[in-house]
Ligand binder design. Structure first.
Ligand code: ARG
Length: 277
């Protein structure tokens, strides 16, 4: 009996070793490929006058996770993940001389992916809040945001106070979900995608949707008969989430974000996806 347990354990170990092998092989390949960029990256870093040494910053791969259901911050176009966050992440990776890989997953899987080390960071229109800070660190903020309320154009909800006792659609694990929890007698309906919540509003299955302002604007354009209430539910700010205590990476990202802000490149990225009204 004991013996068979040991055998099973050994088999599991073997499998783990094999997987680990596969993993490190991929890593080696990536590093080799990224090595080509080393020279450029080194030069860039020195020129920027940051404290990061060329060898520290150059080469390697950054794995970003996001939930590409959130236009204009991240969405799919011709099967590629594009949007403000994707462009910012590409610009940061370029500054650090690192290769960028973007993985798409459910929004509530992003923080666990960072915690487990599967990903280096999440750029996902993620709002900085105290609860999340217990599990990840945040870079400096790069955008101002708000949770807004989408309702039917001809409905009876005209202010956040009217949400009492209503059916509210939210995207699972978002701040909209968290805030909806505070609504007195609110019946919260959770969806994997913000767009699904909005569609269920169109179908009359929920009375309102609480979601971030910019995606809300995109979604109401795509669904007739809806409007955004003037009064926002909350004001908030977006930042990039990084594994806890990886201050080296947070500092590198903050320097890159600062440069992107100062050079106007960040604004250019925003303007590419959000046209002024
Ligand atoms: N700002 C909200 C939050 O942090 C929603 C973000 C949703 N992002 C996404 N890529 N789906 O909870």
């Amino acid at each position: 009996m004991k013996k068979s347990i040991i055998t099973i354990a050994a088999a599991v170990c073997m499998a783990a070793v094999l997987t680990a092998c596969g993993g490190s092989q991929t890593k080696t390949e990536t590093t080799a490929a990224a090595g080509t960029e080393t020279t450029t990256a080194g030069t860039e870093t020195t020129a920027a006058g940051t404290e990061t040494t060329a060898t520290e910053a150059a080469g390697g791969k950054l794995v970003m996770v996001t939930n590409a259901e959130f236009p204009p911050y991240e969405f799919r176009e011709n099967n590629e993940i594009v949007g403000i966050d994707a462009d910012i992440a590409r610009a940061i990776a370029e500054k650090l001389g690192m290769e960028l890989e973007i993985q798409d997953m459910a929004f509530d899987s992003l923080i666990p992916a960072i915690q487990s080390g599967k990903a280096d960071f999440a750029a996902a229109g993620m709002t900085v809040n105290e609860d999340r800070k217990k599990n990840v660190d945040f870079t400096d903020t790069y955008a101002e945001a708000a949770q807004v309320i989408i309702v039917k154009e001809d409905g009876d909800i005209v202010s956040p106070d009217d949400l009492t006792g209503k059916k509210i659609g939210v995207q699972t694990g978002t701040t909209g979900d968290i805030y909806a929890d505070d609504i007195e007698n609110g019946d919260i309906q959770r969806f994997n995608k913000g767009m699904e919540a909005v569609m269920s509003l169109t179908q009359g299955k929920v009375d309102a949707v609480i979601i971030d302002r910019e995606p809300a604007k995109v979604f109401i354009k795509e669904n007739a008969g809806l409007k955004i209430l003037d009064e926002a539910f909350t004001e908030e700010e977006y930042a990039i989430a990084i594994k806890k205590d990886n201050w080296e990476l947070v500092n590198k990202f903050n320097s890159a974000i600062k440069e992107l802000k100062e050079s106007g490149e960040l604004q250019k990225i925003v303007d590419k996806y959000i046209t002024a009204e």
